[in-house]
Write a protein that binds this ligand. Structure first.
Ligand SMILES: Cc1cc2nc3c(=O)[nH]c(=O)nc-3n(C[C@H](O)[C@H](O)[C@H](O)COP(=O)(O)OP(=O)(O)OC[C@H]3O[C@@H](n4cnc5c(N)ncnc54)[C@H](O)[C@@H]3O)c2cc1C
Length: 522
């Protein structure tokens, strides 16, 4: 039996051994697949019952769309709207709450941005999260992830950090060192930047984009099971797909663009961790701050179904999912901050680059289950409860503790956010299986280190993302990068970057907002 199956069997056995059937309420929350699928399955017939005018329409209110809105306001353009199919802004970076405890519905952290991301730096400064003192950034500690940050449940114990270390053999350590050396050499030769989308691809990037990360590791003789598990975990955690699927560029970018790869206890970089911003509601903190000034300019429940350039401007047709009516917006410019597979469907006469990008993109589905617990969990021996807690060999990606940033030392109710990237083959199951199936999968996994989880859990709310993010698979660079501007249309979304993180979405959105045309300048 492989580790994953053994672990699931162990979890199921623990659950089956519970004295009482847990009375756990719950259901699905977050993005509505029914609304999004109206584009595919057919919208209620009708013509626009109202025509409205504005300077700029931003289609999509995720981080890219919200960043575009902020840039417009910085330019003094206040006459715009943000149309989003959901009831709340933020897209993949929304926050929620379960039983009154704030928790993430999707993205949950932002590493402190480096000098390649001046736009993100400026945002954090504006929000009071950091400031420059004598040329150096000083982060507000209250918003940085408190220690302990991460631990791994490995061979029946919790260990500090996520790289398997307890009792691994000399051969494993040798491969860790070799990988660390290769990453160091690569960083010495080639620049890896975040955001990547606004920097030119370098010849070595292009070469690394021709093969999978798994193939690159094999080519370099890196076949150790623990190293491979760890790297696969990192890819699934960042990209929603494993090292067999993502490109060598993506697998290496994860380390080379940030902290490198360090074997704990060895080397100059040991113990260095990037400062990470996080909040109880995850990056929902950032999306809420970005959306707050928009007020009625954020138009919820608007499914954008057609974007067309006309002789004098742009026409954007939307379906109001709440009122079930059609509306039309006429504007001088439209920023298309939609996933590219949606953009390719709704933009009339889409530019060739959009068609090519959409044809290349394959999407990772994701699931986030927020479990409310009435009391702290029993724990296995080893490292203390951390912000990020990962179970070696499990199908899921572990859980973050929503109350980790609390300064109240008293133990009490909490919410655990359990993440899973189930793989493309499970997209249909994500839509069709009842919430209780995902409840049971999550409980089975968490029962291994915490046998009392089912007994202490009162409620589970599950957010599903059928098309969460473009997988950075080989060949991405042929179509990814700075998105095009086509006449009165600008484009912005993390899909254009080839992989999805806050810095990419925000920077692309900001730039699209800076370049939007105004009426009178056409
Ligand atoms: C589970 C999960 C965890 C993640 N964790 C992190 C993390 O910790 N840190 C990090 O940096 N990144 C994380 N990410 C990546 C995240 O995707 C980016 O950080 C960022 O939120 C992407 O923003 P975006 O605007 O490019 O895209 P999206 O969030 O996809 O925004 C697109 C918007 O368009 C709307 N929309 C779609 N179709 C239509 C339509 N037809 N009409 C109107 N509106 C429409 C959507 O509702 C959405 O609001 C995570 C992603 C997921 C799914």
């Amino acid at each position: 039996m492989n580790t994953r199956r053994a672990l699931l069997a162990a979890g199921a056995a623990v659950l089956a051994g519970c004295n009482r059937v847990p009375e756990i309420t719950g259901g699905f929350t977050g993005a509505s697949p029914e609304r999004g699928h109206l584009l595919r399955d057919g919208l209620p017939a009708g013509t626009p019952s109202v025509v409205r005018r504005t300077q700029v329409v931003i289609a999509g209110g995720g981080i890219a769309g919200l960043a575009a809105a902020r840039a417009l306001r910085q330019r003094g353009i206040e006459d715009f709207v943000v149309l989003d199919v959901e009831d709340a802004p933020g897209g993949n970076s929304r926050g929620g709450s379960v039983a009154g405890i704030a928790c993430p519905l999707g993205a949950h952290y932002l590493p402190a941005p480096g000098d390649d991301a001046p736009e993100v730096q400026a945002l954090l400064e504006e929000l009071g999260l950091r400031k420059r003192v004598a040329g150096r950034w000083i982060n507000d500690e209250r918003h940085l992830c408190h220690n302990p940050q991460e631990r791994l449940f490995f061979r029946g114990r919790w260990q500090d950090g996520l790289l398997p270390m307890d009792d691994v053999g000399a051969a494993t350590l040798a491969q860790y060192r070799r990988f660390a050396q290769l990453v160091d050499e690569l960083r010495g030769r080639t620049r890896f930047a975040i955001p990547a989308s606004v920097h030119p691809w370098l010849p070595e990037h292009l070469q690394l984009d021709t093969l999978t990360f798994a193939a690159w590791l094999s080519r370099n003789g890196l076949d150790d099971a623990q190293l491979r598990w760890y790297l696969d975990y990192c890819c699934r955690d960042d990209y929603g797909a494993g090292l067999d699927a993502v490109s060598a560029w993506a697998g290496l970018h994860y380390f080379a663009a940030r902290h490198g790869f360090h074997v704990p206890g060895e080397g100059a970089g040991d113990g260095e961790r990037d400062a990470v911003f996080t909040w109880p509601e995850g990056n929902g903190f950032l999306s809420r701050a970005l959306a707050a000034p928009l007020k009625e300019r954020f138009r919820p429940a608007r499914l954008v179904r057609r974007i067309a350039q006309t002789r004098s401007g742009v026409e954007v047709d939307a379906f109001d999912c709440a009122a079930r009516t059609h509306e039309r917006w006429q504007a001088a410019h439209c920023i298309v901050a939609l996933p590219v597979f949606v953009a390719a469907r709704v933009v009339e006469n889409p530019p060739a680059i959009l068609q090519r990008r959409a044809a290349h993109c394959r999407y990772a589905p994701w699931l986030v289950a927020n479990l409310h617990l009435r009391a702290p969990l029993d724990d296995r021996p080893g490292a203390a409860l951390s912000w990020d807690n990962v179970i070696h060999g499990a199908p899921g990606l572990g859980y973050v503790v929503a109350t980790h940033q609390s300064l109240d030392p008293r133990p009490g109710p909490t919410v655990l956010s359990w993440y899973m990237a189930p793989g493309e083959a499970q997209r249909g199951a994500l839509l069709q299986r009842p919430w209780t199936a995902w409840r049971d999968a999550g409980l089975a996994e968490l029962s291994v280190p915490h046998p009392d989880v089912a007994a202490k859990c009162t409620r589970i709310e599950i957010a599903r993302y059928g098309h969460a993010m473009a997988i950075p698979r080989p060949g991405t660079f042929a179509t990814a990068g700075a998105p095009p501007a086509a006449g009165r249309l600008g484009f912005a979304h993390a899909d254009w970057a080839g992989y999805s993180v806050f810095e990419e979405a925000f920077t692309l959105g900001h730039r699209a907002g800076l370049h939007a045309r105004q009426r009178g300048t056409i």
